[in-house]
Every structure is written in structure tokens, then in C-alpha cells.
Design a protein around this ligand. Structure first.
Ligand code: PLP
Length: 397
């Protein structure tokens, strides 16, 4: 696959407004007119492609957004959907319609874990959770029913980095599909170039950047993206979690400054992580050479946009984490809230919030302690001033 610069690729996508405006208009129409009734019939029967018929099937503004996501991920095509969970659930649904088996990383986002653990088995889809960087554990888990290997580029919240080239080689060897959730690392890592088949995003996070909407995207080959909107079998078309054109337009505009924002997140997070490490705090950040999987990080991150905005601090127990977070919030270092990718810093204790769906024993085994404080570092304000606030709080503990 040809290597490309994702920020340049995003910029090269340009759609004009109706009167030559520098941005496209929002096409809100729920349904489209056919001049020839037979064309409508041929569109439904699949004999005619490229016509807009109904906005749950396809919409021009959502397609424009999809083209920018495809450019960013170096994919043939991409589709905007209603949320990150819709992106994951529809992708899995499309690939496991007759049942099957998924090999998933043990350290996935709590919502994904709950979908895989609590919902998929009732639909005839089995899931094995494994250490995703252990090739022998993966090979042992593969059965004749296995269809998918599923992982996150950087896991939420542990920041485990996946060895995507190794997973891609295993997927190819066993004719499986490798799905990578790239929510934490848009632009930083390009999983399709590393051999993945499908990338999913929660666009609610960095791609939005404003914590003001919920959205998702799926990127892959044209055939797979087309299958999602097939009128007879498409998981997005028939279960319905489509992206609203107004949201698509918002995100289309924001993708132009995503490269600047990602660099800014990375710069501040790298600075704070180094400062925290210099105080002997137990900080995990992909831009530190002390990161346990720095070997995979060096293999997968392009380096052009740094190492992202997420770091974790191990505070030993939940009480210490809560006290630290409360004081940091009082000091206006950040806000105690779930989610990530916001311009401001967000903090949360993952074990009892966004990873609480993972059973306690499993959390223990994967090393997700109650004292882990996840920080999504924002870029608002000055990084030295942020560190001053942090140090001030530290001196009171
Ligand atoms: N994937 C990851 C890695 C996430 O962190 C999240 C949400 O936190 C999701 C998917 C789900 O995204 P959404 O909330 O947009 O449905």
C-alpha cells in the first residue's frame, strides 16, 4: 500500500458549496427525487449504483465526510455512523451474520467488552479475550469458526500498544479480518497501511475535539463499506444508526484542523508525562521510552503527530486517585469527566467508570487497578502553567 501523509490527504479533499462556497452546503434531504421511476426500482434491485434514494442509505454530506476519513486512513472508502459503538457493532454484525468466533484483545474499552461479552454470545457469536500481543495465545484460540481479530491501536485506558503488523500477518495466515479501533490515535497510526482490514473510530473523541457530539466512522475497502448500506443485508442500512448530515458537516470541517490539534495534544501530553516521570510518578505515556511496549510504538507510530493526548497515572488506590483528581479540578487543571479528545483536560478513574463493565477479577488480571487515573490532556492554555498547577497540587498530597 502506498504510504501517504494523512494531513495532506485530508486537505486534498475539497467540495464546493452550491455557489462556489469554500465549504459544501449541508444536504439535509431525507429522500431524493428520481426523474425516471424505473431508476428507483433498479436502485432498489441493485442494478443501478450511485443514486441517492433515502438518507438512511446514503447522503451527500455524510459521503463527503466519509471521503475525508478514507483519505486520513488511506482507505478505499469510509462511512460515518451515529457513534463509535455503532461503528463497532455494525462492523461485527456485517462480518458475523451467520455466527462465528472473534478473538479480541483483553484490554478493550469497557463498552466494547460489554458488547462482546454480554450481547454477541446471545446472537451466536463467541468471543475469546486474549493477550493480543501474544501470537501463540492467538493461534491457540483460533478455531474453524474464527472470523475476526479485534484490537485497539492504543487500548483504553491501559494504553497497551498493539503490534499491528504481527496481527495482520496472523490474520492473513488464517484468512481472518483484522479490525482495529483507532480512536486514541487518529493520524498518529495508520492501521490499514500496517495490514489491518478495517478501522473503526469513535469520532466523539479527538476527531470532534469539542465533546459536543456523538459520532463514529468505519473505514475499509469499497466492497465492505458498500455491504454496510446494502438494502437487503447492510447492518447500517437495516439497523439504522446512520450519521446525521449536520453532524457530518461539523466533523468534515473539523477534520481540517485535526492535524494541528493532534500535534498540540501530543506536545502538552509529552511535556507533562516527562515532568511527572521526573517526579517519580507512575506515568504511562506512549511517548516515553519507559512505555512497556515502546518497541511496538516505534514500529506503528509515524512520529509526525507525536504520541497523542492520553496518559495514565497509577495512584495506588481509588481514594488517592479521587483526591488527586478533585484537587486538580479545583485548581482548574482539568475536569473530572469521562470521554477524551476534548480541547481541555479530562480526567477519570477508569476501573469504576468506563471500564466498570469488565469484571473485577479480569480487571485485576490485565492490571487495571482502581487507582488508575486516565487523563486526556487538552491543549488549552500554556503547558508550563499546567505543570505549575499540577506541582502545586502534588505539594499538598
Ligand atoms: N472505542 C473506544 C476506544 C472508546 O474509548 C469509545 C468510547 O469511549 C468507543 C469506542 C465508543 O464510542 P462512542 O461513545 O462514540 O460510541
Amino acid at each position: 500500500m502506498k504510504k501517504h501523509l494523512p494531513d495532506q490527504a485530508i486537505r486534498e479533499i475539497q467540495h464546493f458549496g452550491e455557489e462556489g462556497g469554500v465549504v459544501p452546503v449541508i444536504d439535509v434531504a431525507a429522500t431524493s427525487t428520481f426523474l425516471d421511476p424505473q431508476d428507483m426500482e433498479r436502485t432498489f434491485s441493485g442494478d443501478l449504483h450511485g443514486c441517492y434514494l433515502y438518507s438512511r442509505h446514503s447522503n451527500p454530506t455524510v459521503n463527503f465526510f466519509g471521503q475525508k476519513i478514507a483519505a486520513m486512513e488511506n482507505a478505499e472508502a469510509a462511512l460515518g455512523v451515529a457513534s463509535g459503538m455503532a461503528a463497532i457493532a455494525c462492523t461485527i454484525d456485517q462480518l458475523t451474520r451467520e455466527g462465528g468466533h472473534i478473538i479480541s484483545s483483553r484490554t478493550v474499552y469497557g463498552g466494547t467488552y460489554a458488547l462482546f461479552h454480554n450481547i454477541l454470545p446471545s446472537r451466536g457469536v463467541k468471543v475469546s479475550f486474549v493477550d493480543i500481543n501474544d501470537p501463540s495465545a492467538i493461534e491457540q484460540a483460533i478455531t474453524s469458526e474464527t472470523k475476526i481479530i479485534y484490537t485497539e491501536t492504543l487500548s483504553n485506558p491501559l494504553l497497551n500498544a498493539s503490534d499491528i503488523p504481527m496481527l495482520a500477518a496472523l490474520s492473513k495466515k488464517h484468512s481472518l479480518k483484522l479490525i482495529v479501533d483507532n480512536t486514541f490515535t487518529p493520524l498518529l497510526v495508520k492501521p490499514l497501511e500496517l495490514g489491518a482490514d478495517i478501522v473503526v473510530h469513535s469520532c466523539t473523541k479527538f476527531i470532534s475535539g469539542a465533546s459536543d457530539l456523538i459520532a463514529g466512522a468505519i473505514a475499509g475497502d469499497q466492497e465492505f463499506i458498500n455491504s454496510l448500506i446494502d438494502v437487503n443485508n447492510g447492518a447500517v442500512m437495516l439497523t439504522g444508526p446512520v450519521m446525521d448530515p449536520k453532524i457530518a458537516h461539523e466533523l468534515y470541517m473539523r477534520l481540517d484542523h485535526l492535524p494541528i490539534r493532534m500535534k498540540a495534544h501530543s506536545e502538552v501530553a509529552q511535556f507533562l508525562a516527562e515532568k511527572m516521570q521526573s517526579k517519580n510518578l507512575k506515568v504511562i505515556y506512549p511517548g516515553l521510552s519507559s512505555h512497556p511496549q515502546s518497541e511496538y510504538i516505534n514500529k506503528t507510530f509515524s512520529g509526525d503527530f507525536g504520541h497523542g493526548g492520553i496518559l495514565t497515572l497509577e495512584c495506588e488506590d481509588s481514594e488517592k486517585a479521587r483526591v488527586l483528581a478533585t484537587k486538580l479540578q479545583q485548581e482548574k487543571f482539568g475536569l473530572y469527566a469521562v470521554s477524551l479528545g476534548f480541547a481541555r483536560t479530562l480526567m477519570s478513574c477508569s476501573a469504576k467508570s468506563t471500564s466498570s463493565e469488565i469484571p473485577e477479577q479480569e480487571r485485576k488480571e490485565i492490571g487495571l487497578s482502581d487507582g488508575l487515573l486516565r487523563m486526556s490532556i487538552g491543549f488549552c492554555g500554556n503547558k508550563e502553567a499546567m505543570w505549575e498547577k499540577f506541582e502545586k497540587v502534588l505539594s499538598t498530597l
